[in-house]
Design a protein around this ligand. Structure first.
Ligand code: AMP
Ligand code: ZN
Length: 665
């Protein structure tokens, strides 16, 4: 066997196991053996780079980072669906179709409507080419690198399906995977994700594809789009796509009458909560493709399909108690503790009450019977109080006046919906929360130290703030429960490593209220050091692009607190990056100040990301689409043809990579 054959054989074998596991849910190899095969392939590919294939199983782990996702026009528009909410709506729809087609001899497919993010996959010559989000239906974002990490999507097809086609489906996050992610988030001291759908669609736009690879995303497909007339019906095309390796849900049903559609709807309205993922309705489609074509489209949606939306399930239960949670910034969230009740497949015990205004609006009291609904969010909502059932002796709810954790009197500033506990430095959840934020991935990214350990360290009195981390010694943490020598050392190493984290991330890590990632970047670039920032006046602060009164005031408050000044001094002594590094400074100019720049094509001297960073470092803004506001385009080889035409139409200047380098140096 030649090396090439060996490589191909390994790829095929791995693809088969992946398909069995992720599509058929039927493992045919142990994880260990799979990894061994994958390693073998990796090694062969490394030694023989001439056989590189971007669709090889080795390319699924991610790693490529995308700063700005390219906009791509869909070859075929991605329509929405018209909605229906009752059987009458469905009967009306059927009547319209009968009339338009002049026949009542029809077949329908019934499918579940999956609640995720729609995606359009393109295949050419049996190879996966690209994945684009629905966007506005005409154009979406190119999320190919991220989508490739989803194992149930085949990258290279085995059989003779259609050779060039698009296939559409929904990227979803199964419920158990979602719960696992949230458990981990909590353990890391981060806020839970609200619902699987937003988390799924957010995942597609993560910049680091290796991060996407870690998420348990799945892809369910529901439509084949091709100009080849190989299949007569929608059902047939999906069955065939399934044989080719795509994950087509088994729940699809072919029916011959609208009554059978009703049966399908009824069955799944109650059974849907047993499914491993969320659905919000049923999609009914005319099965015959010729008839679909005849029916065509309205301005927004196909006439040959309609969605039937399930009603959100509601139950009533009793409000037992209102408790108050304290977040990292001291924000207070009231929580309704309910008599446990079964709702949409889970037992509900708690619901968020958001803030004092919400409590007032609902006019809710302890002992009240309330209606609870699970909408788009995993945390159920209280819809209203059943006043008929209000107990006679009930008392109006009085909002907490003091912090449940530290008994400090709560404050509420004008225009703020939330109450706050102002005891920043003495309130346990705030102390822990701030350190957990400091060590989190987007901030100081400290390996070897997790959210639970932070809590433990604080309880043991070993740390009170983030500066204390740098004084920790192995001997101090070893006696802690479940702390092995190796993990203690890892923790200390991780903490020491954070001294290399650049200033903009440090600034975010400090946890100044309203200073998120983007704001921290802006401030770091403008002020260049913590000293400049902390001595800046209010006027100076609001002068910075996109910094408003609220952020400015928060920075002033932070900077004038002696305790913060002391903390910053300790971080300085510890060697934390509290100013922009010399190297970064040298690369920063105002040469492109206020310029909006589009990057397109393939580059040789700089990577795409380096190019974008260079634009930002020199004061410019990178935009992904060309408009009248674009100042110039840096074009590499193979600039996209639509971009080229648009640039010429608008008369936007196009410069080469070399021109750009000359411009900034
Ligand atoms: P809407 O966003 O309410 O207009 O509904 C249209 C969306 O439903 C499509 O863009 C798909 O993302 C989604 N969808 C989920 N399941 C299906 C399905 N089985 N067939 C067609 N569309 C579906
Ligand atoms: Zn408190």
């Amino acid at each position: 066997m030649t090396i090439q054959q060996k490589i191909e054989q390994l790829r095929e074998e791995l693809n088969l196991h992946t398909h069995n596991y992720y599509v058929l849910d039927n493992a045919t190899i142990s994880d260990f053996d799979f990894d061994m095969l994958l390693k073998k392939l990796e090694k062969l590919e490394q030694e023989n780079p001439e056989f590189f294939d971007s669709n090889s199983p080795t390319q699924r782990v991610g790693g490529e980072v995308t700063k700005n996702f390219n906009t791509i026009f869909h070859k075929n528009r991605m329509y929405s669906l018209s909605n229906s909410y009752s059987k009458e709506d469905l009967l009306d729809w059927e009547k319209r179709i009968h009339k338009l087609l002049g026949t009542d001899d029809l077949e329908y497919t019934c499918e579940l409507k999956f609640d995720g993010a729609s995606i359009n996959l393109t295949y050419e010559n049996n190879q996966f080419v690209k994945a684009v989000t629905r966007g506005d239906g005409f154009k979406g974002d190119d999320v190919t690198t991220n989508i490739k990490t989803i194992r149930s999507i085949p990258l290279s097809l085995k059989s003779d399906f259609v050779s060039t086609f698009e296939i559409r489906g929904e990227i979803i996050l199964p419920l158990d995977g979602f719960e696992k992610m949230n458990k981990q988030r909590l353990a890391e001291g981060e806020e839970e994700y609200k619902n699987p759908r937003n988390t799924a669609s957010g995942s597609l736009k993560l910049q680091d594809s290796a991060e996407v690879a870690k998420r348990p995303l799945d892809c369910l497909l529901y439509q084949v789009v091709t100009s080849e007339r190989k299949y007569k019906t929608h059902f047939e095309s999906l069955e065939s796509a399934r044989k080719t390796g795509f994950k087509i849900p088994q729940t699809i049903l072919l029916v011959k009458s609208i009554n059978q559609v009703f049966d399908f709807v009824n069955k799944w309205d109650s059974k849907r909560h047993q499914l491993p993922y969320e659905t919000d309705g049923v999609v009914i489609k005319v099965n015959n493709l010729q008839q679909q074509e005849e029916l065509g489209y309205t301005a927004k949606s196909p006439r040959w399909a309609i969605a039937y939306k399930f009603k959100a399930e509601q139950v009533s239960t009793v409000l037992k108690e209102i408790t108050y949670q304290v977040g990292r910034t001291g924000a207070i969230t009231p929580v309704a503790n309910l008599a446990p009740v079964q709702l949409a497949g889970t037992v509900v015990k708690r619901a968020s009450l958001h803030n004092a205004d919400q409590i007032e609006k609902l006019n809710i009291r302890i002992g009240d019977t309330v209606f609870v609904e699970k909408g788009g969010e995993i945390i159920p909502k209280i819809i209203e109080v059943d006043f008929m059932k209000r107990p006679e002796n009930s008392e109006p709810t009085i909002y907490a006046s003091h912090c449940p954790e530290c008994q400090t009197e709560l404050i509420r500033t004008k225009g703020d919906a939330k109450h706050y506990c102002p005891n920043e430095f003495g309130c346990a959840p705030q102390i822990t929360g701030r350190i957990q934020h400091y060590i989190s991935r987007k901030a100081m990214d400290i390996d070897g130290l997790g959210g639970e350990t932070v809590d433990l360290l604080r309880k043991e009195g070993l740390i009170q703030n983030y500066a204390d981390l740098y004084d920790l010694k192995v001997e101090q943490i070893l006696p802690l429960e479940r702390m092995a020598e190796k993990s203690a050392e890892n923790m200390i190493t991780g903490i020491q490593k954070s001294k290399k984290i650049p200033f903009e991330k440090v600034l975010f890590a400090l946890g100044i209220r309203f200073v998120g990632e983007t704001v921290a970047k802006k401030l770091a670039k403008y002020f260049k050091s913590i000293d400049n920032l902390m001595t800046a006046s209010f006027e100076e602060l609001i002068n910075v692009d996109e910094i408003g009164d609220r952020i400015a005031q928060s920075i002033i408050d932070f900077s004038s607190d002696l305790r913060n000044i002391q903390l910053i001094n300790r971080l300085k002594v510890a060697g934390i990056q509290l100013e922009v590094s010399q190297e970064d400074l040298e690369n920063q100019t105002d040469k492109l100040q206020g310029k909006i720049v589009v990057v397109s094509g393939v580059f040789y001297q700089l990577s795409r990301n380096e190019l974008k960073k260079a634009i930002e470092d020199n004061g410019g803004k990178v935009s992904s689409s060309i408009s009248k506001k674009t100042n110039f385009i840096v074009a590499g080889d193979n600039m996209g043809p639509t971009k080229l035409i648009k640039a010429q139409d608008l008369g936007v200047e196009i410069i080469s990579e070399q021109d750009f380098i000359d411009k900034i140096s």
